[in-house]
Design a protein around this ligand. Structure first.
Ligand code: WTA
Length: 638
């Protein structure tokens, strides 16, 4: 018998569980929820109304997610490693935090936050490198009921300021700096710039890591280590876990949409916990004692759900890696797999494609014999990359789970279950129990049957569904629940094959997926337009061998400062400054106009085709205000 009574054990079991989850969802989830630790039981398993974008799971219940992630495991398996940390530099020492140690450190830091007056409901912004203190900071917030908002280290001061202001965060937790490959990133300096326009922030706690010189402002900035010492001298390491309502907000995570402004996706406590745990245990078929390596950054949802909350709530061992796959060389992931005798590797197609490019040399004489499960997430995986992953890493012996999901879904919605349900290259395959996908056409009519494609929607809530967008519930409703009546709209296109298996084909809105990172075209356009010489711009995606999608910008420019390449560099610097280096266009084409309809709307379809190189077949251009501009753009194509 599995440690997890709800771990699905065969395809027949999956079919049984799936059927039950659809026919009797409340009973289904209530049974699963009994495997968690509650301070008080729920009144209702589920209340929902998609038309007003409202979902509540286990309402009336009280709990604290950290008791589920830490305290209960400290009782039964205190010496099991909770987090193994592998540093950026392989010569530096790795760290192991057992459940007992992690529990202790989380409570200690939670008390430090309390000493600064941080309390339930306060928003705390976390901007740190991938070090264990990041996980400790996240869990310490959850311990005292503060809402964490983790911001990926690749965002600029301006982006951080926007997010801090939107959430009205009162505290920031950061590091002096972070290591990434041969670079050192000055995190505290970026925070200092951001805070010039963030009066809500009263406290900044700085953890030393790179030990680069940083400014420390009296009364505002405090060293992590000093705050911990204060807690030690106070003599009480224990920190009571705040009693949270099931629907109390656990965290905010900002993500891009089709408008210029990122939105704060909000997840609540109980439903998210159950979903992160259930999907972790079932998709990866985790067995006690295994080491799970999710290569994502905790600044993204994948890190939240499959480095921290999923694994820890299951009492698993989660490996956290500070560095990048190509430092000091392209064998780094493979070194880590060998060093820790890993069983599970969960990474992104972009990483697979990039490592594939280094050939077989970095793979020579590697021992992957412990590997049991491989996973991918973040973007569609092409067949070539899937085959390489399967043969070279899995030795045709490890199921690959192709997990489709989103920041808004909290955890995986569609994926095969490792070794339990069938896999099919490039297909996410079947929905998890509780997930009811439907395909719809542009008019919102459901497309029935198999061998069809359409826009992917979900017609029934699962426990991890988005609860709101921070500070603006109407935005949540219009973005996800109004495109099609009574359905959650994913923004993805999808096909369902003859066997009823799902294959996600990519975004159908103006959101790009660059190396698995979501970037709104409108956001990039806004950033480019901030550059002094730019009149107007239009951004589209194009196929990119490694990144999946690259960013192609068409720019109308009126400056005369140096040559074209310098101007391009200036624009890139502007985008870096406004959003961050991750949003820098791969190509910038200067144009004298953009293809617009008579009503002034940019015909992106045409720009997309040109960027993709499909210039022979641009479709109908007769509705354009100035059809000649298309020829000019075609000629200047990069
Ligand atoms: C895409 C990441 C194809 C999709 C967890 C989705 C995928 C967006 C897959 C969400 C997959 C994610 N196959 N496409 N297995 N997984 N996507 O919010 O377009 O960063 O809407 O969440 O990534 O990106 P997000």
């Amino acid at each position: 018998m599995s440690k997890y009574p709800y771990q699905i054990s065969s395809f027949e079991d999956y079919q049984r569980q799936y059927k039950k989850s659809v026919e009797n969802p409340e009973e289904f989830w209530a049974e699963i929820a009994t495997n968690f630790q509650w301070k008080q039981p729920w009144n209702n398993v589920l209340k929902w109304d998609f038309r007003s974008a409202k979902t509540e799971w286990f309402s009336g219940a009280k709990l604290n997610i950290t008791e589920n992630c830490l305290d209960r495991h400290v009782l039964t398996q205190p010496d099991t490693p909770a987090i193994i940390w592998e540093p950026n530099n392989p010569e530096d020492h790795h760290r192991v935090l057992t459940y007992r140690e992690l529990h202790f450190k989380v409570m200690q830091f939670a008390n430090a936050l309390k000493n600064h007056g941080v309390k339930k409901g306060d928003r705390v912004c976390i901007y740190m490198g991938m070090i264990p203190e990041l996980a400790i900071a996240v869990l310490a917030c959850a311990r005292i009921g503060a809402i964490h908002s983790v911001i990926f280290g690749g965002f600029s001061a301006q982006s951080i300021a926007d997010r801090i202001q939107d959430a009205q965060a009162s505290a920031v937790i950061t590091c002096d700096g972070a290591f990434r490959g041969n670079k050192s990133i000055p995190l505290k300096e970026v925070i200092d710039d951001a805070l010039m326009s963030c009066p809500s922030v009263k406290t900044v706690i700085v953890c030393t890591h790179t030990r680069t010189p940083v400014s420390m402002i009296k009364g505002r900035d405090f060293w992590w280590e000093d705050e911990i010492k204060k807690v030690e001298t106070q003599g009480n390491p224990y920190c009571e876990a705040e009693s949270m309502d099931a629907e109390d907000e656990l965290f905010i995570l900002y993500t891009s949409g089709s408008t210029g402004k990122p939105k704060g996706v909000v997840h609540s406590t109980a439903g998210y916990m159950v979903w992160a745990n259930y999907t972790f245990v079932n998709v990866f078929q985790y067995q006690p004692g295994q080491v799970h390596f999710c290569t994502a950054d905790i600044g993204w949802i994948t890190g939240h759900s499959y480095i921290i909350y999923g694994p820890l709530s299951a009492g698993a061992t989660s490996l956290m890696f500070e560095g990048i796959p190509t430092y000091p060389d392209a064998g780094r992931f493979w070194d880590i797999i060998e060093k820790y005798k890993l069983e599970i590797l969960y990474t992104a197609p972009t990483a697979i494609r990039s490592l594939m490019g280094f050939g077989d040399e970095p793979l020579k004489n590697r021992d992957f014999s412990n590997l049991k499960v491989l996973g991918t997430v973040g973007e569609p995986i092409n067949e070539e990359a899937w085959n390489w992953y399967n043969e070279k890493i899995g030795h045709n012996n490890c199921p690959i789970v192709d997990t489709w999901w989103q920041t808004e879904t909290g955890g995986v919605l569609i994926s095969n279950l490792a070794g339990v349900t069938p896999a099919k290259p490039t297909f996410a395959t079947y929905p998890l129990p509780g997930v009811q996908p439907v395909l719809v056409d542009e008019n919102g009519n459901e497309i029935l049957g198999n061998g069809v494609s359409g826009n992917l929607c979900i017609k029934f809530p699962w426990p991890g569904i988005i609860r709101t967008t921070y500070g603006d519930h109407e935005r949540c409703r219009t973005t996800y629940f109004s495109a099609y009546d009574n359905l959650y709209f994913t923004g993805d296109g999808c096909l369902r094959d003859e066997d009823g298996m799902y294959r996600i084909t990519g975004r159908v809105d103006d959101v790009l997926n660059v190396s698995g990172h979501r970037i709104g075209t409108a956001e990039v356009e806004n950033a480019i337009n901030m550059h002094a010489g730019v009149v107007e711009s239009a951004v589209v995606g194009y196929p990119h061998d490694i990144k999946g999608q690259g960013i192609y910008a068409y720019v109308i420019y009126t400056g005369t400062h140096g040559d074209v390449n310098l101007t391009r560099q200036d624009i890139l610097a502007t985008v870096s400054r406004v959003i961050g280096p991750i949003a820098k266009p791969d190509k910038i084409q200067f144009v004298s106009g953009l293809p617009k309809t008579r009503s002034g709307k940019i015909m992106r379809r045409i720009l997309r085709k040109i960027a993709e190189g499909e210039i022979g077949n641009l479709g109908d251009t007769s509705t354009l205000l100035d059809p000649m501009i298309v020829d000019e753009i075609k000629e200047g194509r990069l």
